[in-house]
Design a protein around this ligand. Structure first.
Ligand code: PLP
Length: 260
């Protein structure tokens, strides 16, 4: 049976990130994709020029409409925009907290635009982290959630992954793409312990939407029944292929999207 996966996230009209990336990744990973919108953004490959959040009660209404009718096998949460939307999403998902929920704590776009209000970080921590099966922060996001400096080495990555896991999620994947050097290791802290995933860097500037793509591929693999470790391995392989193929696209003049 084809699995159904719901993304709760923002829109990127240029098609590289947000729900557009999520739906492409869901299709590519063989699940049926759905999307409840939290915010419209105006953006292209050069950056974000505007954010228009959806009224919180209407975010909740979209989620409730889906659950009232459709079997949902996994949820991915991306851009949440502000504290009131975080509260609304938490409330709408609490009855479904036994489902696999992948939480990508989207905060700042690669171009520097804020995709989460500063006062929403602690609401994300208190309301959404406890619902998450898997939290997928990059290094600046892990640091912001913990109010600590950004990790610069594997020891700090490990400590922050374990500290975040104590805040409620079942497992935490801290992504090391922001580390200096040639390596881009990720660490998974789960009830089974610590697992490192090694990866080299792909020489391309077209990396827009990599975080969205990874968290969606993870939700798809978990929906299909993979263990967390297998899901991370498969989703990272999928993302690596999408980044490797990014230069076959010709989309915009800035940081272009990956090719699903
Ligand atoms: N726009 C939306 C709606 C997003 O959800 C995200 C990331 O999650 C971005 C933009 C930023 O994408 P990137 O930082 O990969 O360019």
């Amino acid at each position: 049976m084809i699995r159904n996966v719901l993304s709760i996230a923002g829109s990127d009209p240029s098609g590289g990130a947000g729900i557009q990336a999520d739906l492409k990744a869901f299709s590519a990973r063989g699940v049926y994709g759905m999307a409840a919108l939290t915010a419209l953004t105006a953006q292209n490959t050069q950056g974000v020029s505007g954010v228009h959040p959806v009224p919180p009660q209407f975010v909740a209404q979209q989620i409730k409409a889906i659950f009232a009718d459709v079997r949902v096998d996994a949820v991915k949460i991306g851009m949440i925009a502000n504290a009131a939307i975080a509260e609304a999403v938490a409330e709408a998902l609490t009855p479904h907290r036994d489902l696999p929920i992948v939480l990508d704590p989207v905060m700042i776009a690669k171009g520097g635009a804020a995709l989460l209000a500063a006062d929403a970080v602690d609401v994300l921590t208190s309301r959404l982290l406890p619902l998450a099966t898997l939290l997928t922060p990059n290094l600046p996001e892990a640091a912001a959630l913990l109010h600590e400096p950004v990790a610069e080495n594997r020891e700090t990555m490990t400590r922050q992954a374990e500290a975040l896991a104590r805040l409620g999620p079942l497992a935490v994947l801290v992504k090391g793409g922001h580390l200096a050097g040639d390596e881009s290791p990720d660490v998974l802290a789960s009830p089974e312990g610590l697992t490192w995933f090694e990866a080299g860097r792909v020489p391309t500037r077209n990396t827009h939407g990599t975080g969205c793509t990874l968290s969606s591929a993870l939700a798809a693999e978990i929906a299909k029944g993979s263990s967390l470790t297998d899901a991370v391995t498969t989703a990272k392989q999928y993302l690596a292929g999408a980044v490797a193929a990014a230069d076959t696209l010709s989309v915009g003049t800035g940081h272009g999207p990956v090719q699903h």
